[in-house]
Ligand binder design. Structure first.
Ligand SMILES: [Zn+2]
Length: 324
């Protein structure tokens, strides 16, 4: 499932919660109307008071009149609550009970994704990654040091330290502490494996993690930007999630649009103090050549650099299978 579908599914779930909350309130209201008929009159009063207030505000009436009507409204509301408790119901029985009181199950607060939406995206993403077994297979436990055994001592130790660093990073992660990792090295040396292992731990701990390859992330942003897709705001999610993992940085299609997006994402997250893990096969010289000195120096300055060494693990595995 693509990130866009995950986002759409998360929004659907949250809208369904809102509908359910409204339906449950209607059912409670019906029940109370039958059991306590006096409530119907109070409800009618409350509704007409609301309409009066709206009309007065619209016609620019003086504040005093509005206050008087508001007073009526709170009296009717208090009487309704008293009636409910007198009949053995909680005072807020007829209120709407949303799953998330922050956003009333809309998924957004002041136009920004609510924490409940981010959590839902995190949950679906985790499920999704698990389905593809990548996350399940890419745990710290399954990161095998045996593929690095033939390396010179110094490089073997560096790989061991990478593993150790990522474990600690995941265990002590805080979304408000700028703590970026820049993983440098050729394809097939375990960069994605360790990134997913971090993602797996964080998702289990309830953080929102977005993991995607730079190519597919930028492709989606481009389609949204040029109006070929709508209904989602990928950039907003990329900027707001607790951890952004940008895999295969440098393999995306190189256009002025992708360069400026990369610049926006990296700069905004560094400025906001939000952590990232960036994996790339490019050397620091190639990053500089492609994205410019500013991005490179910002990245180098703000990140822990992990160098990956070795021979492509996929090739090693294939050779092993052929031998056995
Ligand atoms: Zn919410």
């Amino acid at each position: 499932m693509m990130q866009e579908q995950i986002y759409a599914q998360a929004i659907d779930t949250i809208r369904a919660r809102r509908r359910a909350a409204q339906e449950q309130q209607e059912q409670r209201t019906d029940r109370i109307r039958q059991e306590i008929p006096e409530t119907a009159e109070l409800e009618r009063q409350l509704r007409s008071v609301c309409m009066d207030i709206a009309r007065l505000i619209g016609s620019g009436q003086c504040a005093e009149q509005i206050r008087a009507i508001e007073q009526q409204s709170s009296e009717a509301d208090a009487m309704l609550r008293t009636l409910l408790t007198a009949h053995g119901y909680p005072a807020d029985y007829l209120d709407l009970h949303y799953t998330c009181p922050l956003c009333s199950d809309t998924g957004f607060v002041n136009g920004k994704p609510c924490t409940c939406l981010e959590q839902e995206i995190g949950r679906i993403s985790a499920e999704e990654l698990n389905q593809h077994s990548r996350l399940a297979l890419s745990s710290f436990e399954t990161f095998s040091m045996q593929y690095y055994k033939k390396l010179p001592e110094e490089q073997y130790q560096a790989m061991e330290q990478n593993l150790c660093f990522c474990r600690q990073y995941a265990a002590s992660f805080s979304p408000s502490v700028q703590n970026n990792i820049l993983m440098l090295g050729n394809t097939g040396l375990g960069k994605t494996h360790l990134s997913l292992a971090v993602a797996s731990v964080l998702l289990q701990n309830g953080f929102s993690v977005i993991y995607d390859s730079a190519g597919s992330m930028l492709h989606r942003l481009e389609q949204e930007h040029f109006g070929k897709r709508d209904g989602s705001d990928t950039l907003e999610l990329l900027l707001s999630c607790d951890l952004l993992i940008l895999d295969d940085f440098g393999t995306e299609f190189d256009t002025s649009f992708t360069r400026s997006m990369i610049y926006t994402i990296i700069n905004s997250r560094i400025n906001a103090g939000k952590p990232m893990i960036i994996n790339t096969n490019l050397t620091s010289g190639e990053i500089k050549e492609r994205y410019g000195d500013r991005i490179l120096s910002r990245l180098l300055f703000a990140s822990k650099i992990l160098h990956f060494y070795g021979k492509d693990i996929r090739i090693q595995k294939r050779a092993q299978q052929n031998r056995s």
